[in-house]
Structure formats: structure tokens, C-alpha cells
Design a protein around this ligand. Structure first.
Ligand SMILES: [Zn+2]
Length: 224
């Protein structure tokens, strides 16, 4: 059997995918050829889709460092909510230019905040986490992902050179690589947090079809 019967599926753009295309750095089989979603976008898109009934009840949703592979679906699923996309540096997809450590919003403004691959860029991540807890409504949800290594503490150096950042943290503009203490950092900021890997949430058949690794991590955090 070939073709549609064996095709993958991109939950970010709802396309059947016969061949996944290379991602950043030429990483093979990473990207959706239609919407260019990566594994992390497809994992998040699946979770948002499963939350769609709740998203209908949201009044305001925030996406830090907005990415079209997520924004399009989020706006569709949370259509009645006010959408804010916030970034300090890359304003291509942002609706607001703002510092994640001091967002220009009142306390308790958002039902949902998405923080995907943001905190590893921010020197004072504790301030960003506290501000995230501040702007969520009581019981509001944050969906968070960062580069993470299990079994070791966070490796960080906000003064490292771009070359050293690339070597230690995987990218020239990352200031740390999170480890075992990541969840505690969120808790210390006032966020009640649970960790899941993709296989905790979805079957191996679904993950294979979506081309999402079983070990892909996610943290769900609630303001408390
Ligand atoms: Zn796609």
C-alpha cells in the first residue's frame, strides 16, 4: 500500500503528508511540506485541538513569540477570544512588541498563554515566569516547552559568548539549557506545574502518524 493509506498527518494544518521535509539545520523528516510545522508545533497543535471546547470559552489568549504554524490554528479554535501575539525582537507575526519579563497587561488578563521555546532566550527567566503567573486568570493555563535534558541540572550562563552559547545551549541566542530543575523554577514563580511526554498523552500510532517523538516534553502550568 502506498499514498494516502500510509500517509502521515499534520495536526497543525490538517494536511495528509506523504513525505516530511528537512527542518532547521537539514534535520531530516522534521517539517510539514504544507505549513512547515516542526515536531513541537504538531504536538502543541494536537493538544490545542483536544482543548477546543475549553478554548471556545476563553476570553483572551496569549502566544509568546508567535509562530504561524500555531497562530492560525489557535485563532480558529479560540475564535471568540482576543488573540495577542507578543515578541520583543521578531515582530513579523506579533500583534504587540513587549518584554516577557514585564508584559503591558493587567493582572489576570489571559485564560491561556503559550510559551514555546521562549524562556531559554531570557536572561532573567524567573522574572518572566512570575510575570506569566501574574497575567493568567486564577486557574488559567500556560502550555510551555523549552529545550530540556532529563537527569542533569540546568546549564546556564547569561554572559557566555554567542559561540559558547551555540556549543553549550544549542543556539547563539539561548542563555541556558534546562534540566531537572525546570519544573521547580515554574513552581517557585507561582505556577502549579505538571510534566508530560508525548507518549503520556497520545498513542504511539498517533505520534508516528504525526511524526512527533514519543519523548517530546510539555509542561502544563496553572496560576495559583
Ligand atoms: Zn502542516
Amino acid at each position: 500500500m502506498t499514498g494516502v493509506q500510509n500517509a502521515g498527518f499534520c495536526p497543525a494544518c490538517f494536511s495528509l503528508v506523504e513525505t516530511w521535509t528537512p527542518g532547521p539545520g537539514g534535520r531530516p523528516r522534521a517539517s510539514c511540506p504544507v505549513c512547515h510545522s516542526l515536531e513541537r508545533h504538531r504536538f502543541l497543535a494536537s493538544i490545542l485541538y483536544d482543548f477546543r471546547l475549553w478554548l471556545c470559552t476563553c476570553r483572551a489568549v496569549l502566544e509568546y513569540a508567535p509562530q504561524p504554524q500555531i497562530s492560525v490554528l489557535l485563532k480558529k479554535l479560540a475564535g471568540a477570544a482576543t488573540y495577542v501575539g507578543s515578541d520583543l525582537i521578531d515582530l513579523r507575526f506579533a500583534t504587540v512588541a513587549a518584554d516577557a519579563c514585564s508584559m503591558p497587561f493587567q493582572d489576570r488578563s489571559f485564560d491561556l498563554a503559550i510559551s514555546f521555546h521562549v524562556l531559554e532566550h531570557i536572561p532573567d527567566d524567573a522574572a518572566a515566569m512570575r510575570d506569566l503567573a501574574r497575567i493568567l486568570v486564577p486557574g488559567g493555563l500556560a502550555i510551555i516547552q523549552v529545550p530540556h535534558r532529563a537527569g542533569v541540572p540546568t546549564d546556564e550562563d547569561i554572559n557566555a559568548s554567542p559561540e559558547e552559547r551555540t556549543r553549550r545551549f544549542g543556539q547563539h541566542d539561548h542563555v541556558r539549557y534546562y534540566g531537572n530543575d525546570f519544573q521547580q523554577r515554574l513552581e517557585d514563580a507561582g505556577l502549579e506545574t505538571q510534566y508530560f511526554s508525548a507518549i503520556d498523552v497520545y498513542s504511539s500510532e498517533k505520534l508516528e502518524r504525526w511524526n512527533v517523538p514519543k519523548s517530546h516534553p510539555i509542561w502544563l502550568a496553572r496560576s495559583c
